[in-house]
Design a binder for this molecule. Structure first.
Ligand SMILES: *Cc1c(COP(=O)(O)O)cnc(C)c1O
Length: 394
């Protein structure tokens, strides 16, 4: 659609998606697509999940919006449950991942300011990181093309080499306020920070009196097979950001903080008109119910193993197309032998009936709904094999 009125900031496919049901999307002509992109890791419980529909329908008859001037039952209930089930003592609600990152950056700076150390403003971030698109969050991204032409960006971010613990330690100075990392980089190409690295980062933060913030917008909320990916390293951050999957498709994000990390924030220091609105709270609460159901995270872990094994087999079968695969839980990637081919491959897979998400980091991401079943994974593997065979002959 060359004359679309939409601002051309996306590489949008011409397909018109009309409807979703479980693990499938349907276009305006009725063609079905197995959705292993899930709107970039968002539709965690499948499309039009009946439990989420029931929650939003019921709330839509009670109250849509009344701002943060008041408490509401869904706000208080969801905040209580989210903190009871996580490391957090405090939560701030907003509507997107980038807003959660912004709020986190502000909380880190304010924490030191209130302790009389206002020189501590710098935050260490990792090469390949993606934290969002607002000017603050963008300043925390190390990806040059998405920053180009938008300067001056926010001062105070130091980029360290990916997964280099010596570099991280060496980068800490008198003005360092915190470390911000995606536990598993998403846009950067599904690259995991190892448990050892995360444990060392935790230790460095404790030693230097700085805050550890983990951006779990993409890898959190069950996607890795645990509620947070950082649990697998046996550590607890001071701050974590959640978004994408937590609303099951409804715009919702949360900044989670320990009491300690939250200590700089007070009335007037931050806000969001839509943050914590009753519709989002009701859906988030229902999504949390689904995630905490007995056996759910174990299911994610098992499906993650199955998908990881299927992708590894495809890499071996078609080495001229895929140089390998990697991932954690249901956050997986196929690595194209030629990184540029990720878009052509993703287009061909869509034609074949499988939706995937190419990433800036040169990989093809597979982020199925967490409710995916073995038959879906087998279907996906078959479609990938077909595309590898017919579109990219040896
Ligand atoms: C998607 C993403 C964001 C930004 O979230 P938006 O909802 O698009 O603002 C931030 N951090 C990570 C790790 C992400 O994957």
């Amino acid at each position: 659609m060359p004359d679309s009125p939409l601002l051309s900031v996306y590489r949008r496919s011409p397909t018109i998606m009309a409807r979703g049901d479980g693990c499938y999307l349907f276009d305006d002509k009725g063609k079905s697509y197995l959705d292993f992109a899930t709107g970039i890791g968002v539709s965690a419980f499948g499309h039009c999940n009946p439990r989420l529909i029931a929650a939003i329908e019921a709330q839509s008859r009670q109250l849509w919006h009344c701002s943060n001037l008041y408490h509401t039952p869904p706000l208080d209930r969801y905040a209580a449950r989210l903190t009871a089930n996580t490391f957090a003592d405090k939560v701030f609600f907003c509507s997107s991942g980038t807003e959660a990152v912004e709020a986190g950056i502000k909380a880190i700076r304010r924490y030191h300011y209130r302790r009389g150390e206002s020189h501590r403003i710098r935050i260490l971030v990792a090469e390949g990181a993606f934290h969002g698109r607002t000017l603050g969050a963008l300043s925390a991204c190390a990806h040059a093309p998405s920053r180009e032409g938008f300067g001056p960006l926010l001062e105070g971010f130091d980029v360290v080499a990916f997964h280099d613990i010596a570099a991280l330690e060496a980068a800490i100075g008198d003005n360092t306020a915190g470390i911000l990392l995606e536990t598993i980089q998403g846009e950067g190409g599904i690259r995991s920070h190892s448990p050892e690295y995360l444990q060392k980062a935790r230790k460095l933060c404790d030693t230097h009196g700085i805050l550890l913030a983990l951006d779990e917008v993409q890898c959190g909320f069950g996607r890795s097979g645990t509620l947070f990916a950082f649990e697998q390293a046996g550590i607890v951050p001071d701050i974590a950001m959640l978004a994408k999957g937590i609303g099951g498709g409804f715009p919702l994000a949360a900044l989670l903080l320990s009491d300690h990390a939250a200590s700089g924030m007070e009335p007037g220091s931050h806000g969001s008109t839509y943050g914590g609105n009753p519709l989002a709270m009701a859906v988030g609460d229902a999504a949390l119910d689904l995630l905490l159901e007995k056996g759910f995270l174990a299911h994610v872990g098992e499906m993650g193993e199955a998908l990881g094994a299927a992708l590894a087999a495809l890499g071996q079968q078609f080495p001229h197309v895929f140089s390998g695969s990697r991932g954690n839980g249901l956050m997986q990637a196929l690595i194209p032998a030629r990184p540029e081919s990720r878009y052509a491959l993703s287009d061909a897979l869509r034609e074949r009936g499988l939706l995937v998400a190419p990433a800036v980091g040169g990989v093809i991401r597979l982020l199925p709904p967490l409710v995916v079943q073995p038959a879906h994974i087998e279907d996906a593997a078959r479609m990938i094999a077909d595309v590898a065979q017919s579109h990219f002959p040896a």
